[in-house]
Ligand binder design. Structure first.
Ligand code: SAM
Length: 291
């Protein structure tokens, strides 16, 4: 453990031992106990004084403590593992009125309705060390919300480094560029803030992690999110093929070459060569054809 725990709270390792919180792989549990690191992540989501922070997967509460110690007005924490709830209640008692614990599945939430029901006040930000097994799915859910901009003013999230690279990838970095990068960079400005080595976690994962920041764009290029998801699924589903071939899997479009012509894209191009403006043009052409 690095540093002292917040006043009134025992060290996290003691809490984990007392509540028997052995990490479960099935829940993607890799806990952070280093106060310097949790403080660094919390400050990356700052300024916190006016903010409501949505934290997914607080676990025993390392990052939760840091968010509250660094001044977050309120933290709403969604945790699926009931074993962690008693430890989180201790934190709520140490920061009266500032920690709202919701025991439940983060994948099952209708976020705007959930936050309205909890009385969350803007600015609302998501800050989390996400469970790796559902991190991409959660991010995609938040990025696909309509209307846009959505309820959050920023996302500060920990992912495996390889996923972080896919989130920030542009067509120039072809190996990593794919559906996630198109969706993320269409709607947000993205960047990797810093890396976190496996040794920072208990238990240590096999790979390096990275904290990623996504700031919503006020005015993303016009196109429908469902149409964009469909065209990128078809295009990157067969990423080595020319688009005139790969897009044949799209239903209801007729000749892909005509769709591509309408979008101003050469039919011999491959998905990894098309920038976000190109995919938006393709999504608009797809919407016009399929209604
Ligand atoms: N925030 C803690 C930390 O940094 O030490 C724990 C992070 S751990 C990587 C992921 C957390 O997400 C675990 O506490 C796990 O129980 C929780 N979790 C896993 N699946 C979940 C789900 N579907 N909904 C809510 N929480 C979930």
């Amino acid at each position: 453990m690095t540093g002292d725990p917040p006043p009134g709270l025992p060290p996290l390792r003691d809490v984990v031992a007392r509540h028997g919180l052995m990490a479960k792989k099935s829940l993607g549990q890799n806990f952070l106990f280093d106060l310097n690191l949790t403080g660094k992540i919390a400050r990356a989501a700052g300024p916190l004084e006016e903010a409501t922070i949505l934290e997914i997967g607080p676990g025993p509460g390392g990052l939760t403590r840091a968010l509250l110690s660094n001044g977050a007005k309120k933290v709403i924490a969604v945790e699926r593992d009931e074993r962690c709830l008693a430890a989180l209640e201790e934190i709520a008692a140490a920061f009266p009125g500032r920690l709202d614990i919701f025991p439940g599945d983060a994948l099952a939430l209708d976020y705007p309705a959930f936050l309205a029901a909890r009385g969350a006040e803007p600015p609302i930000r998501i800050c989390a060390n996400l469970p790796y097994n559902i991190g991409t799915q959660l991010l995609t859910t938040w990025l696909a919300l309509d209307p846009w901009p959505s309820f959050f003013d920023r996302l500060v999230l920990m992912f495996q480094r390889e996923v972080a690279e896919r989130i920030v990838a542009t067509p120039r970095e072809r190996a990593d560029y794919g559906r996630l990068g198109v969706l993320a960079n269409w709607r947000c400005e993205t960047r990797i803030l810093f890396d976190v080595p496996p040794s920072a976690f208990t238990p240590p994962p096999k790979v390096t992690s990275s904290v990623v920041e996504l700031r919503p764009r006020a005015d993303p290029l016009p196109c429908g999110v469902r149409a964009l998801e469909k065209v990128t699924l078809a295009a990157f589903g067969q990423r080595r093929k020319m688009l005139r071939q790969a897009l044949k899997s799209l239903p209801g479009i007729g000749d892909p070459a005509l769709l591509l012509e309408e979008a101003g894209i050469e039919p011999t191009r491959r998905a990894e060569e098309i920038d976000i403006a190109g995919f938006c043009a393709l999504a608009r052409a797809f919407s016009r054809r399929t209604g």
